[in-house]
Structures are given as structure tokens and as C-alpha cells.
Design a protein around this ligand. Structure first.
Ligand code: BGC
Length: 247
């Protein structure tokens, strides 16, 4: 693929969109746009168009989307708007994008950026989680992405709600939980995933991982499985989205 032009990575989140420009060597630029109004297709296409114009971007774009995506078509968007169901975002973006457009689930995209971050990645089955409005999941099995897992939607047998309803960052905010109480909740779901799926390691990403000093030790003290924090923090998703173009 031609990477004279940097690739634009777009991470569509529940409360904001993160953009980054990546070339084969470095992150050239990045920015975050908060939603001001609705989170429907037209408003999000407008936001993407705004950045493309501002950055005069003429290359490819990769998109991480917070819901199920099959062959470029959005199946659902639980944290955005029902207008996304069945929507073909790449074809609707053609008028504003010059290069090729690829789209996958946001957690699957983030996992692409989490690949090879740990010493033993070639041998490990790593469960990657993105912590935000929802909880996204993806496997890296010896460096190979296994997509479409959606573990955040699993109903916990004892808690009687989904893993993300119990321990997402949105839940922490909505229920005014302290960071310590949230970390204990996160532990419960990590322990559940540990028993169900036996990962060799968890890697965590999302805005809350930009500073894990107040909560990581709480989790590490209770868990047997090693935990790594993505070195790209809240840019993990947008960098991974750019990587869809093998940048
Ligand atoms: C969605 C997932 C998404 C995750 C993180 C969940 O609510 O169901 O598809 O990956 O949030 O955005």
C-alpha cells in the first residue's frame, strides 16, 4: 500500500471522536472532538469531513466503530443512535474522503495497536479490553486478531447485568463511583473473564488508562493474570484504526 500520504485513523467513541494521522514512522497529529449535538450518521460524517478539510488529508482512512460491523456495514451502535443500524458508512463517506476507507469494530481496531506491546506476544493469548462508554473486547492470539467477540455485552450470571453495565466508565460516572469502587467492579469482570476464557494476559486501553496510578495496583493486587496498560492510552483506538491500512 502507498504510504507517502499518512493514514487518518478515526476512533468513534460514545462521547467523542479521536483522530490521528499516522505515517510509517510516527504519529503526525492527533485531536479529539466532543459531540455537541447528536451522534447520528449525518453529524458524525460532518465531524469527520471537518477534520479532513482542516488537515487537508488526501490519503486513506481507517475507522473504529463502537458497535458490531460486518463487511463494512454497521449492525448496531448501542452507545450512539439507532439510525446507524444497517448503515454503510464507507459508501456515505466517499464524497469527503480521497483515499480508501476501511471500518471495523473499535475494540478490534484498538487491538491492532496493542499488538506486539508485550515481550511474550508471540506465545500469548491476550484479551484486549477498551474501557469507555462501553467495554469492548478483542483477542490477540499469538499476534493474530480474533474479532467480533463483544464480551462487554455478556450478562454476568450473578450480577444480572452485562459486564459493561456493571463496570464501564460511563457507569462509574452515572453512579458517582469513586475510582477505587470502580476498580473493584472492574476486578469482578476481569475475574469472570479470567475464569471463562483463561487469557494469558489482559491489555487495557481507553481514556481512563491515560493515568492508571490510582487504580492499577488495586486490580493487580487481586488478579492472577498479568495486566498491561496500552502504551498509546486513549489514542490506541485511532492508531489501530489507521493500522487497518497496514501503516
Ligand atoms: C459495544 C461494542 C464496543 C464497546 C466499546 C460496546 O457497548 O457493544 O461494540 O466495542 O462498547 O466501544
Amino acid at each position: 500500500m502507498d504510504h507517502e500520504q499518512p493514514v487518518l485513523g478515526v476512533d468513534i467513541g460514545g462521547s467523542s471522536i479521536k483522530f490521528c494521522l499516522v505515517d510509517s514512522k510516527e504519529i503526525v497529529a492527533h485531536t479529539t472532538m466532543e459531540y455537541v449535538d447528536r451522534k447520528n450518521p449525518n453529524s458524525i460524517i460532518e465531524m469527520i469531513g471537518e477534520i479532513i478539510t482542516k488537515w487537508e488529508h488526501r490519503g486513506h482512512i481507517g475507522i473504529g466503530f463502537p458497535g458490531m460491523v460486518e463487511k463494512g456495514i454497521i449492525i448496531d451502535a448501542p452507545n450512539l443512535d439507532t439510525a446507524w443500524e444497517g448503515y454503510n458508512l464507507p459508501s456515505q463517506l466517499k464524497d469527503v474522503v480521497y483515499g480508501d476507507i476501511l471500518i471495523i469494530n473499535d475494540a478490534d481496531a484498538a487491538a491492532l495497536a496493542m499488538n506486539k506491546q508485550t515481550k511474550g506476544w508471540e506465545n500469548e493469548n491476550i484479551l484486549c479490553l477498551t474501557l469507555g462508554t462501553g467495554i469492548g473486547s478483542a483477542w490477540l492470539r499469538q499476534g493474530e486478531l480474533e474479532s467480533g467477540t463483544e464480551y462487554g455485552r455478556i450478562i454476568h450470571p450473578e450480577l444480572n447485568c452485562s459486564l459493561e453495565q456493571f463496570a464501564s466508565v460511563r457507569t462509574m460516572n452515572n453512579e458517582n463511583l469513586s475510582i477505587e469502587d470502580w476498580a473493584i467492579r472492574l476486578c469482578s469482570i476481569l475475574e469472570f473473564l479470567e475464569i471463562e476464557f483463561k487469557p494469558d494476559r489482559f491489555i487495557l486501553s481507553g481514556g481512563i488508562t491515560n493515568d492508571s496510578s490510582e487504580w492499577l495496583s488495586i486490580i493487580e493486587g487481586r488478579m492472577n493474570t498479568p495486566i498491561t496498560i496500552s502504551k498509546f492510552g486513549d489514542l490506541t483506538g485511532s492508531i489501530g484504526a489507521a493500522k487497518l491500512h497496514s501503516v
